[in-house]
Design a protein around this ligand. Structure first.
Ligand code: 2P0
Length: 324
């Protein structure tokens, strides 16, 4: 009987940028994110004793060998957990408005972990599921939960998992993505973050910054203080991107329009419209603001970037599973 799971992507307000154990996928630091309603992955997994190899399609296309190998080694972990050697047929659909370049390994591996573990006969609680998703992709650890989520870096497989801070966000926090470039990034997160850990002279400082930012961000969330949340997220993102610039060789995910967006947001903020930005391992910019200011913001951004490249997202739910 096939099993289907849906998981939403998340955007970090305090970023994860580096592993201390790439094998177990243990991160260097804690991190904190907001799960979004607009971007999600639906994955259907069917166990099939007759298959010699796992089979994968994404949006109806057969997955290339390199990605299939990564997915199959994740399924090996599921098989080990379930005590089975059955192979799986995996069909994944990414629901992302247009081809926005915002599909992420977070929703992909959270959905795959949920559907495959259930299909293999494991009955995992959400903490166990979060730990399993972590083995596929770090950010997937957090996508098991909805709303505002914290990933405890931990020191072992057992202690590195996410937990919700506020699953149903009861204040008007919202994000707007400015789609700057939808193409594949040149330096993957995995390669990029490892280079920063190994070569940025600022890396030890980053670890201290994140420890502080986690405390400050949780205080701002407790106070429902959207401006403070935005301010802290922006500062944290800039410091993460300073690691890429200070790595050897240095690199950046920013494009010209990324800088244009950052400057525009700063100007709007200076002119009394509170909004803040954050960027991940790519050029797209995500704005953090109070949803009462949405229309005013769109009115300012649309003439510069085009209305079609602005996507509003609200806090979204955690992973859900259906047995078909
Ligand atoms: C984050 N990002 O906290 C950070 C901020 C991007 C920038 O997690 O190697 O796909 O699979 O653990 O999770 C993107 O990296 O990397 C990411 P792996 P992942 O959301």
């Amino acid at each position: 009987m096939p099993t289907k799971a849906r998981a939403h992507t998340n955007i970090a307000l305090v970023k994860y940028w580096g592993k201390r154990d790439p094998q177990l996928m243990l991160p260097q630091t804690d991190s904190l994110s907001l799960t979004l309603d607009k971007f999600f992955t639906d994955t259907t997994v069917t166990a099939n004793g007759n298959l010699k190899h796992d089979r994968f399609t994404i949006n109806g296309q057969v997955v290339d060998d390199k990605n299939a190998a990564r997915l199959a080694s994740f399924l090996d972990i599921v098989r080990q957990l379930a005590g089975t050697d059955t192979r799986f047929n995996v069909q994944s659909i990414n629901h992302v408005p247009t081809s926005a370049g915002l599909a992420s390994s977070a929703s992909a591996f959270a959905a795959l972990a949920a559907a495959a573990s259930k299909e293999a006969g494991c009955h995992l609680n959400r903490r166990e599921l979060s730990r399993l998703a972590r083995r596929g992709s770090g950010s997937a650890t957090r996508s098991v939960y909805g709303g505002l989520v914290e990933w405890h870096r931990g020191t072992s497989d057992q202690t590195s998992f996410a937990e919700p801070i506020m699953e149903h966000v009861d204040f008007p926090l919202e994000m707007l993505a400015i789609v700057i470039d939808a193409s594949q990034k040149k330096i993957s997160s995995r390669t990029g973050m490892q280079r920063c850990v190994e070569t940025s002279p600022f890396y030890p400082e980053w670890r201290k910054i994140v420890t502080d930012d986690m405390i400050k961000m949780k205080t701002a969330i407790d106070a429902h203080d959207i401006n403070r949340i935005g301010e802290l997220a922006q500062e944290n993102a800039l410091r993460m991107h300073a690691l890429t610039l200070s790595a050897n060789p240095g690199y950046t995910y920013f494009e010209e329009q990324t800088i244009t967006a950052m400057r525009l947001v700063d100007t709007l903020n200076d002119n009394g419209l509170p909004c803040y930005y954050t960027m991940d391992a790519g050029p797209n910019v995500k704005l953090i603001y109070n949803n009462k200011d949405r229309q005013q913001l769109i009115d300012q951004l649309a003439p510069v970037f085009g209305k079609d490249r602005l996507i509003v997202a609200k806090p979204g739910p955690g992973v859900s599973i259906t047995q078909l």
